[in-house]
Design a protein around this ligand. Structure first.
Ligand SMILES: [Mg+2]
Length: 174
């Protein structure tokens, strides 16, 4: 079965540079994302979010804060005709070098354990950073870079299979 793995910040919501989204009011969904999610629901067997959230490890927010943000997003996805099977997040600090933190592939392996029909080789990782591309590549997935840094696709051609300016452009290509 084919799964879609989506990074969060910079893919689904506007990234806060040097900061963290700690409240639903600060979670600004990028234009076209809800429309893209409805397309993905038709095209993929499973849809996941995989997100590093070290703001929790830093004590800037709680797991409950994060879940409030995500539940609000999921309601909007479902209202727009989309779905998401599960959100995986890693609260560890970068310095902890957790296997669950991207670019390590713990979250992909956890998804495959919980949804054993997933074939990672048939699956796609979408993200906006080198770390996301490394995560997808290491897990054996195809990788899609989105966002304002297309030059990364030239810098890391071995890690990045496709580039689209945003999630909706990718969805429309399917
Ligand atoms: Mg990101």
């Amino acid at each position: 079965m084919r799964a879609l793995f989506l990074d969060r910040d910079g893919v689904i919501n506007e990234r806060i540079i040097d900061g963290y989204v700690t409240r639903p009011e600060d979670f600004h969904i990028i234009d076209g994302v809800l429309e893209a999610m409805a397309v993905f629901a038709q095209k993929f067997d499973h849809i996941f979010m995989v997100t590093n959230q070290q703001g929790i490890g830093k004590g800037l927010m709680t797991v409950a804060d994060l879940e409030a943000i995500h539940n609000d997003f999921l309601r909007k996805v479902e209202a727009a005709g989309g779905r998401m099977d599960k959100i995986y997040f890693c609260p560890a600090l970068k310095a902890e070098h957790s296997f669950m933190r991207k670019p390590s592939i713990g979250m992909a392996l956890q998804a495959r354990r919980e949804f054993p029909d997933i074939k990672l080789k048939q699956s796609i990782m979408v993200g906006d950073t080198e770390s996301d591309m490394l995560f997808g590549h290491r897990a054996g997935m195809q990788t899609v870079l989105v966002g304002p840094e297309p030059h990364l696709a030239h810098k890391y051609p071995h890690l990045i299979d496709y580039y689209y300016p945003n999630l909706l452009a990718f969805a429309k290509s399917l």
